[in-house]
Ligand binder design. Structure first.
Ligand SMILES: Cc1cc2nc3c(=O)[nH]c(=O)nc-3n(C[C@H](O)[C@H](O)[C@H](O)COP(=O)(O)OP(=O)(O)OC[C@H]3O[C@@H](n4cnc5c(N)ncnc54)[C@H](O)[C@@H]3O)c2cc1C
Length: 380
């Protein structure tokens, strides 16, 4: 059964992160947006540690305080509201953790999950995409060759969020190209593995404080015990974990859209032109009414997908729907709201311009809108 009512614990956590997003994340997000490409800002890492964000992903037996997916989506929405870059850093970490949670052996979980609880703040990377394109995850040019008790990785990947900063990096490679998707494996590559390096940080229009870079593997040897799951299970792990990550991206998009809508609504009520607030013109008021309705619909789609995850029911289509709708709503909302602000939307400093640039990128991450439509259509 799906409930629209949050528990008191959920409301408390939502309120806590709502205040943190407003007071701690949002003010700094514009400053971070101006920084040149570089590693994750120290204050963001501190925020992750102080607010115990990673513990929400990790079960108690490994030192965490695992949250259900609906509750996690509430936190993600607030992070998206305060700083979509941080939401993306955290989303990538959550994605990598979910691979270990689904496919990892207890020894692997015990060895790697506690690393993310370091008081200095740690992150993780999931490494699927290659130069030839992220939409095709059925074959990889990056290879893994079994040599004795090690796999030797060769190839390059990117763009990868948290590349170069990650305590835990999960890399997909082809161990047997002849087998196609049945020859794909996922590996845990520890930080500082010889042969693993990363390229310059990408200069992106949005999500600027979420560093991305290419990762290179040049005879990078990882212990055979770092293979996740049975040989050949890597493709299934991609599908299972993208399904989870997509709803999380959707939650962050709801946060961006809400931030944009709040600012544009306040502005429209304040801005008087020819003796009346522009909000009272139906061209503006109705536009905001439609966006508010879409925002609520996007949130409900995210909650539905997350609730199905918590119930262990099939959520593939619902997660793609949540991702598709929420990311398109975020793009549309920020686009319309920047127009409502007039000159203030396009001259720095402008939160709205940042929201718009962030939202556009989230139409691509964890599968583009076109790929979500393909997944949904395949189930019709
Ligand atoms: C900021 C950022 C961070 C990222 N972080 C990570 C990360 O941490 N880890 C990771 O593994 N990847 C990451 N990615 C990669 C991301 O997942 C891919 O960009 C995405 O999957 C799309 O792949 P592509 O960009 O190579 O586009 P392509 O696959 O080359 O697609 C190009 C265009 O073709 C469209 N298209 C493709 N197939 C079809 C079709 N059948 N029908 C219609 N249209 C189609 C796509 O929608 C897209 O518009 C990141 C990307 C960005 C931009």
């Amino acid at each position: 059964m799906i409930s629209f009512e949050l528990t008191s614990e959920q409301k408390d956590l939502q309120l806590k992160f709502r205040l943190l997003a407003r007071e701690r994340l949002r003010p700094d997000s514009l400053l971070l947006d101006k920084n040149p490409p570089g590693p994750i800002d120290k204050n963001l890492l501190l925020f992750i540690a102080e607010e115990k964000l990673n513990s929400f992903l990790i079960p108690e037996e490994y030192g965490g305080h695992l949250l259900d997916r609906v509750t996690l989506s509430l936190v993600m929405e607030e992070l998206g509201y305060g700083c979509a870059g941080l939401a993306s850093i955290y989303g990538a970490t959550a994605h990598a953790v979910s691979v270990l949670m689904i496919g990892g052996a207890p020894e692997q979980k015990g060895a790697f999950l506690p690393l993310l609880l370091d008081p200095a703040g740690e992150v993780a990377s999931y490494v699927i995409t290659e130069e030839k394109g992220g939409s095709d995850t059925t074959s990889f040019d990056t290879t893994a060759r079994l040599e004795g008790d090690h796999y030797v990785l060769n190839g390059s990947k990117g763009p990868i969020i948290n590349a170069g900063n990650a305590a835990l990096t999960i890399v997909w490679a082809s161990s047997d190209k002849a087998k196609g998707r049945a020859g794909i494996d996922a590996f845990i590559v520890p930080r500082d593995t010889p042969g693993m390096s990363f390229g310059p940080f990408d200069d992106k229009p949005g999500l600027r404080c979420a560093p991305t870079a290419r990762l290179f593997f040049n005879d990078a040897a990882v212990p055979a015990s770092n293979l996740i799951g049975l040989p050949g299970s890597g493709y299934l792990l991609i599908m299972q974990t993208l399904d989870i990550g997509r709803a999380m991206v959707g939650a962050a998009c709801v946060g961006i859209a809400r931030a944009a809508l709040e600012e544009a609504t306040d502005f429209a009520k304040d801005r008087v032109i020819k003796n009346r607030p522009i909000f009272d013109n139906q061209g503006i008021g109705f536009m905001l009414a439609e966006l508010a309705t879409e925002l609520d619909a996007a949130r409900l789609l995210v909650w539905r997908a997350c609730r199905l995850m918590d119930l262990n029911e099939d959520y593939t289509t619902q997660s793609s729907m949540a991702n598709l709708f929420a990311s398109e709503v975020a793009a549309r909302t920020t686009n319309e709201c920047i127009q409502i602000l007039g000159q203030r939307g396009v001259i720095h400093p402008s939160f709205m311009s940042k929201y718009q640039r962030d939202a556009q990128i989230l139409r691509v991450v964890e599968g583009t809108s076109q790929i979500q439509k393909m997944i949904i259509a395949s189930q019709l």
